[in-house]
Design a protein around this ligand. Structure first.
Ligand SMILES: [Zn+2]
Length: 370
């Protein structure tokens, strides 16, 4: 009896050990994967040596020999420095400093420049998918004095009152106050342009930035694009009234480029996002495709929250329909469908692996050990 008991105990102890071991190994296997997901250069705290180069794509790349944007300069201020994302290719820094000087000469309020890239670029832990190759920059719209002294002051008071009654942490309060100082340009479920926030200064700033030849695209909320289309139409009408000959028309045609560069995209109602072309001397830099034809002023509602929700609803309906269709398939048909799906999945994951390998080959040398 005693022997039986001791064997049972040994058996129990052994199984417990195996369970623990398998659980532990699960974590161990999982760990290198998550480490692999964040390549070494993405966490470097300093820029790398080497000639400045933007490598790879905006959403899958890195930055060699980056420069930093000084905290302050003519016509601009670099904000949220604690995020350590004020590095970029020197071409980007040059553009921002030059744009700042232009802003100052025009007597506009200084620009507030937010995230550029990490010291050696790469994917960030939070906040963006792009901004990886030192060619993206966020500029906050910010409130004008009229907003700050009126609406802004009221909002600030409301926020402080709420913070007190809800016992917000200092961090939450700081974030909310940042949002008051950098208000959304749109409001309500219809996402209309907020006239208390939006001003001609924002229009001028966007137009000046888009007119720069180094700039490939600027991402803005669709209501802002809509507004800029309006601005363009009123300007071109004034031009057409004065310019009758063909050359003048051609010039006018060229002048549409700035408007075409403004691309509607989700978010981008508190800040706009400047994207530069690949600079010279960066042979491994991948440009985004060319701008779509036309001014891009049609069908902007596609980007609205309302239409996005409708699309989601339609997709869900289509999915339900597909499930019902599958239920009517024969076992052979279902098997063929599953084989085709598995093949598609393999192709997709092979492409992802290839992309990751290319990125590693191009950027590995920027690891922090350098
Ligand atoms: Zn951005």
């Amino acid at each position: 009896m005693y022997l039986f008991k001791s064997r049972l105990i040994t058996l129990l102890a052994l199984s417990l050990f195996f369970i623990c071991f398998s659980l532990l190994s699960l974590f161990i296997i999982d760990a290198p994967q998550s480490v692999q997901a964040a390549p070494a250069w993405t966490s470097a705290s300093t820029v790398s040596d080497g000639v400045p180069q933007s490598i790879g794509g905006y959403a899958s790349g890195c930055l060699q020999g980056g420069s930093l944007l000084p905290q302050q300069g003519s016509g601009y201020e670099s904000i949220r420095r604690y995020r350590n994302r004020y590095y970029a290719h020197p071409a980007t820094i040059h553009l921002l400093e030059d744009l700042g000087r232009e802003v100052e000469r025009a007597g506009l309020l200084p620009m507030e420049i937010g995230d550029l890239s990490q010291p050696r670029g790469g994917r960030m832990k939070y906040g963006h998918r792009s901004h990886q190759s030192g060619l993206d920059a966020d500029i906050w719209f910010g409130g004008d004095p009229a907003y700050r002294e009126g609406e802004g002051r009221q909002r600030k008071r409301r926020v402080k009152r709420k913070a007190k009654s809800k016992r917000w942490s200092a961090k939450t309060l700081r974030r909310a106050l940042f949002d008051v100082d950098h208000p959304s340009a749109v409001k309500g479920w219809r996402e209309t342009l907020d006239k208390k926030v939006w001003s001609t200064r924002h229009e001028q700033l966007l137009k000046r930035a888009a007119n720069r030849p180094e700039v490939a695209r600027i991402f803005v909320h669709f209501r802002i694009k809509e507004k800029m289309c309006e601005v363009y139409r009123s300007e071109s009408k004034a031009r057409d009234d004065t310019a009758r000959d063909d050359t003048a028309r051609e010039v006018a045609e060229e002048q549409t480029l700035w408007l075409r560069k403004l691309r509607p995209w989700y978010g981008h109602h508190q800040h706009f996002h400047i994207r530069l072309h690949c600079p010279p001397g960066s042979p491994e830099c991948d440009n985004q495709g060319p701008l779509p034809k036309g001014l891009g002023c049609e069908g902007l509602e596609w980007f609205s929250k309302r239409e996005k929700k409708e699309r989601k609803r339609a997709a869900k309906k289509a999915e339900d329909k597909e499930i019902a269709r599958r239920a009517t398939l024969s076992a052979r048909e279902l098997k063929a469908l599953k084989v085709a799906e598995a093949k598609e999945k393999r192709v997709r994951s092979a492409a992802a692996v290839e992309r990751q390998e290319l990125l590693m080959r191009r950027c590995r040398h920027l690891g922090p050990s350098r």
